[in-house]
Design a protein around this ligand. Structure first.
Ligand SMILES: Cc1cc2nc3c(=O)[nH]c(=O)nc-3n(C[C@H](O)[C@H](O)[C@H](O)COP(=O)(O)OP(=O)(O)OC[C@H]3O[C@@H](n4cnc5c(N)ncnc54)[C@H](O)[C@@H]3O)c2cc1C
Length: 418
């Protein structure tokens, strides 16, 4: 678009990719800065999408293809924005990249991982298993390029990976880099983090192996996950027969997240279908305050609740304890409809934790308005830097795609105005 400045997109999840593709496809240059070694964000970690129960990889693949084939999109992975100065139409941005230690000659042959002697917790699988220090983040990763975790790698003292790599793809001396860019507008699409379930002391997460969170459940069910898609409980790898989902785990609670994340009910309903798909005899229980399935998603709720092996119980579970012998979990609370006491024993508990904006912990290094919870407030007074997707409010993918398209338009307006 002539001498028009580029648009910087921070975060390469569904929102960032959408803003980037929409702006690029109408002729604007965009640069994506992503802190992970891959693009796709948290959607890449989901097993299926509600309401269609299709694999998210289809939609992601289309976005990766559009990103790859656009000469107007460039991206940095393992990168974060350190500094921003300037104003709408003319920002100077400093970006810091971490070394990947593997260059783009990598063919994804896995030889480096085979010989690597060091293991690390697998963050893609929320710590449910391990990878080698040299690893591919996940099977469909984009870019399809291995990475070495510099915080655990033994470096040149080991270098077994360098010896076996036939493509000179490994450089253990790679250094962090600083890049400066001049851009006309910035879209902040840094997304969300799961609420820290360790803070929910009465639910025993981190203390009882079989209490997991909803994001971990996505990985447990995924065919490319730690159990190859079998729902095996962490304590003994036993196939689960009774699973309880606890809604509003930390949400709508002044002591934790005061707001409703809007998608957790749908995520648990979806995950109850995973339980039944994987083991037709299994039973699922959803303990809820009220089910929030808005708009057209009501149909999904109506369909899922017909399952006779799913029990929906209106209740706030007060306490979870573990039977030390079996590692089963005992749930206690009150059925708020019948007034009866609940005491149920299950194999595994899934806490439906909510979404916290990434900006609750890492702020934009520029003047940006936030609400009480750390979500970015984008309004007309604040021209030039725009939030997109879950950094503004919790939402499903359809919602963030719409929002990110709007953010791309506002960024384009900022670039054109100057
Ligand atoms: C359990 C669960 C199940 C769900 N299931 C569904 C479903 O079935 N269907 C559906 O429609 N929605 C679902 N969702 C919601 C869906 O995950 C979100 O709508 C989606 O992830 C939002 O995308 P995003 O790009 O805004 O954020 P993210 O996916 O969080 O992407 C943000 C990206 O920004 C990067 N980033 C963060 N900070 C920085 C930084 N400082 N610098 C550079 N990069 C940064 C991150 O690494 C990430 O790649 C589910 C959510 C949960 C919790």
């Amino acid at each position: 678009m002539g001498d028009k400045k580029s648009i910087l997109i921070v975060g390469g999840g569904m929102s960032g990719l959408t803003s980037a593709i929409e702006a690029a496809e109408v002729g604007f240059d965009v640069v994506i800065v992503e802190k992970n070694p891959y693009l796709g964000g948290r959607v890449a970690q989901l097993y299926q999408y509600f309401p269609k129960l299709c694999p998210p990889n289809c939609g992601l693949e289309i976005n990766f293809k559009r990103t790859k084939s656009s000469p107007r999109i460039s991206f940095y992975t393992l990168a974060e924005v350190e500094q921003i100065s300037g104003e709408e139409g003319n920002y100077q941005v400093t970006i810091k990249t971490k070394p990947r230690f593997i260059n783009d000659q990598c063919t994804g042959c896995n030889k480096c991982a085979e010989v690597c002697p060091v293991e690390r917790s697998n963050d893609f699988n929320y710590g449910l298993d391990k990878t080698k220090a040299a690893y591919l983040p996940y099977a469909m990763a984009f870019p399809m390029q291995y990475v070495i975790d510099g915080s655990v790698c033994h470096g040149k003292a080991c270098a077994k990976c360098v010896e076996v790599c036939n493509y000179q793809a490994i450089d253990l001396e790679m250094q962090p880099e600083t890049i400066t860019l001049n851009v006309g507008a910035i879209v902040w699409a840094a997304g969300w983090n799961p609420y820290d379930a360790v803070k929910l002391e009465n639910y025993g997460f981190g203390q009882y192996a079989n209490v997991i969170t909803n994001v971990m459940m996505e990985r447990l069910c995924a065919d490319n996950g730690p159990t190859q898609g079998k729902i095996l409980r962490p304590s003994d790898q036993k196939e689960v027969e009774k699973v309880a989902f606890i809604q509003c785990a930390g949400s709508r609670d002044e002591n934790h997240l005061a707001y409703c994340s809007g998608i957790c009910c749908l995520a648990s309903l979806k995950q109850s279908t995973y339980v039944r798909e994987k083991n037709p005899n299994a039973q699922a229980f959803i303990y809820f305050i009220d089910i929030r399935a808005q708009g057209k998603l009501e149909d999904f709720f109506v369909k899922v609740k017909q399952d006779e092996k799913l029990s929906l119980v209106k209740s706030k579970i007060a306490l979870i304890t573990e039977d030390p012998a079996t590692k089963n979990l005992i749930l206690e609370g009150e059925d708020t409809q019948s007034g009866e006491r609940i005491r149920e024993t299950v194999d595994m508990v899934v806490l439906a934790t909510g979404m916290e904006p990434a900006t609750a912990t890492v702020k934009v290094p520029a003047e940006v308005a936030y609400d009480d919870y750390g979500f970015i407030v984008s309004d007309q007074d604040q021209k030039g830097i725009y939030g997109a997707g879950c950094i503004k409010r919790p939402a499903d993918v359809a919602g963030v795609v719409q929002d990110a398209t709007g953010a791309a338009l506002r960024a384009i307006q900022s670039v054109v105005r100057r």
